[in-house]
Write a new protein. Structure first.
Lengths: 401, 401
């Protein structure tokens, strides 16, 4: 099964979770479940976009000209005073245009006269100049932000302006994380004999955090059917269960059989990728999504990026899958086998603004140390020739929020 | 002053904050203040990288050959049994190689014989095949992660493997945020007369969160010297103070004079950019960084991205400034004046993996609604001609963590 086929198997089975209401201060990187509509025109009144003087454009057709300063309009105030012929009012950026005025002259082209009782204007302005009209940017009832919009600081500015003190957003998925293997010990333990530390537990939890989901760590379980079953049943209570290890061809790889005993139906059993081939995707009757990833840390990373992250985005109400971006290769990649291959790379922007991908020196899928500095995977189709410095290659960047 | 000059003025005055120790589960997107060193070799023992059979390569030089299966080695166990001539042991990925064995045969090229008491091997292997030697990926004492490293899920895998249960990282900056202006009301209030909602307060707080810093909201203060002074003195207690509004040429723009009364020395007073020219950077004797940004929402965004974000990165121990990336323009940009200009754009990756920047229809720097969907700013040097569809333009992407 190709990656694209596997992704379709996953996304065809994912519905966004329910929604909840959050204050605007807690909405960063959430996804809108309900559109935000402007409650007022914006701007809500005709206002000046410059510091200067509100005038009648007819009075400044010929310049230089001196006008009487009959008032001052600070931002936030509506003046009842009407501007008459030969008059000007000092006005600040954002302040309301007084009735009678139809343009603003920038302070830079003016000079106070007679202690500021008058102003000498050296530049004429056309009607409407430096005035932002009521409703110029949005009208009451306009949809300011559509459902499905990811909330970044840009959208926060929009939502605030539209009066969105509270936003209805999709819930964050709860993702249970379970690492399997008799060889695993926790990070604070010193491995002895044939033990290694359980790195997947921590890297997966943070990969999940970068997917706007909440990890629920189930810790580590040995290669024991009963203990495995108990943990899996616990994990199936959440929206998603991610397991690492125990899915290969080893004599102690019990995960697939125990998942089936727990009522998980498999839709992806193997993918034509390297590393990560044995990756499993399944579902339960109550709709829990189950991903069983290889125990090798790099393989688990690949499985997460190609299947789990897109699934979590869809659960959060976002439909699109991050596309690989083209980058210039700063190094070499080996030719690929009959499977699409993934190579950890660091990425930076060069002086010309081009994205440059540098292959990391890693010791294969079992080498977590080689992942240090990885920003993504360079990915090459099956049966591709080797790639050399300067080639343009596809890079799947890791999500960054 | 150019943007580059202003950035030098800022960065030459920024030192990383102190450090603190956090558990590995809380280290995502923090910056290492102290390197992480491997406490053990990795792998810590010679191990199999395949599921199959541990053998003596000499025994399988000629194939097919049948070997006696004298044991089974699950991951996590050291077997004391020594492999003799003509013998094989079943072994799983990650399990320790038994003494006497010098290669692993993949299970795919084997067949059980005599109820599994023997195994028929159809492929010969060279010495060391499918064995990952102790210390192949890292040796005890190696620096696994350097100081200054940003911790992403990739580095979490490294840190865990190296035994980094706790990491010493730079502290997160505390950034006070103060919006000024008589015209401002809060998001949950309906503006009347010449009022507008205070969008900068919320968008700046989230821009700060995306910079790995903690915003401290000081709310809104009117154009009143004494009230302004009280709020500014409160904000100067934090690592950074960000003010919006009150810095232009209006009759009520008191911020610069009050900042000076509070002992702030200015290093940047104006920048040759559009929008955002009046942006101010200053410092106090105790080292607080002060940024006074224009009140117009888009201008405040530009000031944040070009000066504040680099400063916050440096406070967090990261030295580099994000470089603009080249993107293909999907739309038009107007010619620039004598100032470098910034245009809000949305960005996506096209089918060829190229970054495409689409200018947003915005109503100028006073239009927060026009920021919706902005992923960055297309930026053009002073005196640049207009840009048209298909041109390659520089895009400053907003930070995403």
């Amino acid at each position: 099964m190709t990656v694209e086929q596997a992704q379709r198997e996953v996304l065809s089975r994912v519905q966004p979770l329910g929604s909840e209401t959050v204050g605007i201060s807690c909405a960063l990187y959430r996804t809108l479940a309900v559109p935000i509509t402007c409650d007022l025109d914006y701007p809500p009144f005709d206002r000046s976009v410059m510091d200067g003087f509100a005038v009648r454009s007819a009075d400044v057709r010929e310049t230089p000209v001196t006008l009487r300063v009959v008032g001052q309009i600070p931002a936030g105030q509506i003046t009842t005073q009407r501007l008459g012929a030969g008059e000007a009012m000092q006005i600040n950026t954002g302040a309301a245009i007084p009735s009678g005025a139809d343009a603003v002259v920038r302070v830079e082209v003016t000079e106070p006269v007679d202690d500021g009782r008058s102003v000498l204007i050296s530049e004429s302005v056309s009607t409407g100049k430096f005035i932002s009209r009521r409703g110029a940017h949005a009208q009451a009832g306009d949809v300011a932000l559509k459902a499905g919009t990811l909330i970044t600081p840009s959208e926060i500015a929009v939502a605030t302006t539209a009066g969105g003190a509270e936003l209805t957003v999709y819930c964050r998925p709860k993702v249970a994380v379970l690492a399997t293997g008799n060889e695993l010990v926790d990070v604070d333990t010193t491995p002895v004999g044939a033990q290694i530390r359980n790195s997947n537990q921590y890297s997966l939890c943070d990969l999940i955090r970068t997917s706007q989901a909440d990890p629920v760590s189930l810790g580590t379980v040995g290669d024991d059917r009963d203990a495995l079953r108990a943990k899996i049943e616990e994990g199936l209570e959440d929206d998603v269960l991610c397991i690492t290890g125990g899915i290969s061809m080893g004599a102690f790889d019990f995960v697939p059989e125990v998942l089936e005993q727990c009522g998980v139906t498999f839709h992806v059993r193997k993918m034509s990728i390297k590393p990560g081939r044995p990756t499993i995707f399944g579902t339960t009757n109550r709709g829990t999504l189950v991903f069983a990833l290889p125990g090798n840390p790099v393989s688990a990373f690949v499985g997460f990026e190609v299947l789990v992250r897109p699934a979590l985005s869809a659960l959060c109400g976002r439909s699109h899958i991050e596309r690989p971006v083209k980058a210039i290769l700063d190094g070499k990649l080996t030719a690929t086998t009959n499977r699409r291959s993934y190579f950890p790379v660091s990425v930076h922007i060069d002086d010309d603004g081009a994205m440059v991908a540098k292959p990391l020196s890693w010791g294969g899928s079992g080498d977590p140390v080689g992942m240090g500095g990885a920003d993504g995977f360079a990915t090459r189709a099956a049966e591709s020739p080797g790639a050399v410095e300067g080639d343009r290659v596809d890079v799947l960047l890791f999500g960054r929020w």
